[in-house]
Design a protein around this ligand. Structure first.
Ligand code: DGL
Length: 294
């Protein structure tokens, strides 16, 4: 195991940057707070430019890099790209360009292959994730004997971004995606987008106990723990009176949009009263967009 002996107490105390195209990464933040309660977190929701699933590859890489660099400038000691779409599209580039350790996320194909008894599993993810070479390689590596039914979750990220996790229209949209999987014999459903764990109650209302839902957020928190340990970057546990919350890592919430939905979802789904900072993180592609709009 690689250990960086030059990590100092101040680098251990630095925050972890977590970023998503929008609110979905809150499902990863929830797991990280629970698993690594001594860590400080800076969360960035790029809600102004969500969903990434409808963006071109260059746009996603441009935003992922700009936000990663911004988080490094904020003092982040490690970065979690809590977005399957950004990971699938640009993790290799970002890994090359940033000086801090990185953790990406990917659909839970490997756990699905271990769990499925019927040997048929559905995957809900964005179109960009499903068509990526990284996803194709994941299926080839771990699911050679599994029938994988890929379904782009059009409209689901948008629903979560407006804090809709249970409306009748949303349930009908989901039904159209998962019922054909049930009809084809799937007993496992991979939630291949970090927004989708917030839809678990709605999905359960359709599939009941007929499917196991695979959400990798806890595995991501464990992977982050391993990476921090490899680099000697784990924060020390809070001591009484040092101001850190005992019940979970403290977090700074930032949004490139007005932040209202980030605050609502953090309160409704995580029980956090988040004071959201509105931040501007310009990048090459967003400067072009703004120049075109002017
Ligand atoms: N949470 C992102 C993911 O995991 C959503 C991508 C999007 O904005 O379309 O893929």
């Amino acid at each position: 195991m690689q250990t960086h002996l030059n990590a100092t107490a101040s680098s251990c105390a630095a925050p972890i940057g977590i970023f998503d195209s929008g609110l979905g990464g809150l499902s990863v933040l929830r797991a990280v707070r629970a698993h690594l309660p001594a860590e400080q977190i800076v969360y960035v929701a790029d809600s102004r430019y969500a969903p990434y699933g409808q963006r071109d590859d260059d746009f996603i890489a441009d935003r992922t890099l700009a936000i990663g660099e911004w988080l490094v400038a904020q003092g982040a000691k490690a970065l979690v790209v809590a977005c399957n779409t950004a990971t699938a599209q640009s993790i290799a580039l970002v890994r090359e360009r940033l000086s801090i350790p990185l953790v990406g996320v990917e659909p839970g194909i490997k756990p699905a292959a271990l769990i499925s008894k019927s040997r048929v599993a559905g995957v809900l993810a964005t179109q960009v994730t499903l068509r990526s070479a990284r996803f194709q390689a994941l299926v080839e590596r771990h699911a050679a004997d599994l029938r994988v039914l890929c379904q782009p979750g059009h409209g689901l990220v948008e629903a979560v971004e407006r804090c809709d996790v249970s409306s009748p229209a949303l349930v009908e949209l989901l039904r159209g995606y998962v019922e054909p999987m049930l009809d084809a014999g799937a007993d496992t459903l991979v939630l291949g987008c970090t927004h989708y764990p917030f839809l678990d109650t709605a999905i359960r209302s359709i599939v009941g106990e007929r499917m196991t839902l695979v959400d990798t957020s806890v595995a991501i928190a464990r992977q982050l723990e391993r990476v921090l340990d490899q680099h000697g970057l784990r924060a020390q546990p809070a001591s009484p009176g040092d101001g850190r919350m005992a019940e979970g890592a403290s977090a700074r919430f930032c949004s490139t949009s007005d932040g209202a939905h980030l605050r609502t979802l953090a309160a409704a789904l995580l029980g956090i009263d988040a004071q959201v900072e509105c931040v501007s993180i310009p990048s090459r592609r967003t400067r072009e967009l703004e120049a075109d709009a002017a």
